[in-house]
Design a protein around this ligand. Structure first.
Ligand code: CS2
Ligand code: MN
Length: 352
């Protein structure tokens, strides 16, 4: 297992590489060009510069999360081919810069969705929260406006250019079915995977978060059956997975079973915990197994049993010790660092 940490880049992340350096066990930075609109070609200069910054600080830059997929590709519009060509060229350039794995997702319109960013927990910290009844009764535009009011950072999938077009995008998705989404995903993978094979760069799709349809938009990367279907769309090791225990844990998935059955295709792991409530709400918790609904110990044991040598990172953490004042929602320093120590603690005890 190779421990990594997601970092949003110089001037864009309040956490520094020097701080990350002090977390035991982290040897790689998961990065992206976060200001790059989905569908744009990434410039070689920008890629080289970012990789150099990361390497100079003593880390590898093997994992990119994410290269976002343009909405026209998901919608299957005739204009998709231009964006797919850009995607292929970006992959070639990343591979040349030494990148090994690219994480992406195929969720219509939104990346991860929550109804509250700072929901209080009993211990005095706060965390991302999802409340079913609020999602059902709120207009998505209104939700986004409310959530982004007090946040001066851009969250993944909430980039300004996406939000600006939100109303129009919703109209485009009217009547859109999950089968259409599957077929557009297949079209995309059939084009892109041969490039991955040629340049030795692996794709790992991130599960949908939460793992069920919201706002009437289909979501397909949600459970074992669908993950197997995804893997069979193009049967190549380069068509792989980023398994996120928190996303899959938003419903009652047997994550160790998913790892068992799809192990050879897992290139990247996100480990975090969520507590599900009987009414379908869920809140993000510490990484500890007993704090949430995901048996994170069993997840780590299962990876260890298979001899996992791929990349892994802690995912969202709670906001601790007042860091919600400055940290990006879900991406503070403290709980992700604690999460790493927990994951490594379990791993090391298995090793010994
Ligand atoms: C996060 C996502 O929701 C999550 O679990 O890890 O923001 C993730 O980074 C993207 O969906 C990957 O494309
Ligand atoms: Mn994740």
């Amino acid at each position: 297992m190779r421990m990594t940490f997601r970092w949003y880049g110089e001037g864009n992340d309040k956490i520094s590489l020097a701080q990350i350096r002090q977390i035991p066990g982290v040897d790689g930075i998961v990065w992206s060009l976060h200001d790059m609109p989905a569908g744009e070609l990434w410039s070689e200069e920008r890629i080289t510069k970012e990789v150099a910054t990361i390497r100079q600080a003593g880390f590898h830059a093997d994992v990119v999360e994410s290269v976002n997929v343009h909405e026209d590709i998901k919608l299957g519009l005739p204009t998709r081919d231009v964006y797919i060509d850009n995607y292929k060229e970006t992959l070639r350039r990343l591979a040349k810069a030494g990148v090994k794995v690219v994480c992406y997702n195929f969720m219509p319109v939104f990346d991860w969705t929550r109804t509250e960013l700072y929901h209080p927990l009993k211990d005095g910290s706060n965390a991302l929260f999802f409340e079913q009844s609020r999602i059902q009764n709120i207009d998505p535009m209104e939700l986004i406006k409310t959530l982004s009011q007090n946040v001066d950072v851009t969250m993944p999938g909430w980039e300004p250019e996406r939000l600006a077009k939100l109303e129009h995008t919703f109209v485009q998705y009217q009547g859109f079915t999950s089968e259409q989404l599957w077929s557009n995903l297949q079209y995309f993978l059939e084009q892109v995977i041969p490039v991955c094979e040629q340049y030795d760069i692996k794709l790992g799709i991130h599960p949908d978060d939460p793992a069920f349809a919201i706002f009437g938009l289909p979501r397909i990367i949600t459970n074992l059956t669908n993950i197997k279907r995804l893997l069979s769309l193009v049967d190549s090791p380069y068509n792989g997975l980023s398994i996120c225990t928190g996303s899959l844990g938003s419903i009652n998935n047997d994550i160790p079973a998913i790892i068992d059955q799809c192990f050879s295709r897992i290139h990247f792991m996100h480990v975090r915990n969520v507590k599900r409530f009987a009414n379908g709400d869920f809140i993000e918790t510490s990484h500890r197994a007993c704090d949430g609904s995901v048996d994170t110990v069993k997840v780590i044991k299962t990876l260890h049993k298979h001899g996992y040598t791929g990349y892994l990172r802690p995912d969202h953490g709670r906001h601790l010790w007042g860091e919600e004042e400055w940290a990006r929602p879900g991406y503070g320093l403290y709980d992700r660092a604690l999460g790493i120590m927990y994951i490594l603690g379990v791993w090391d005890s298995l090793e010994s």
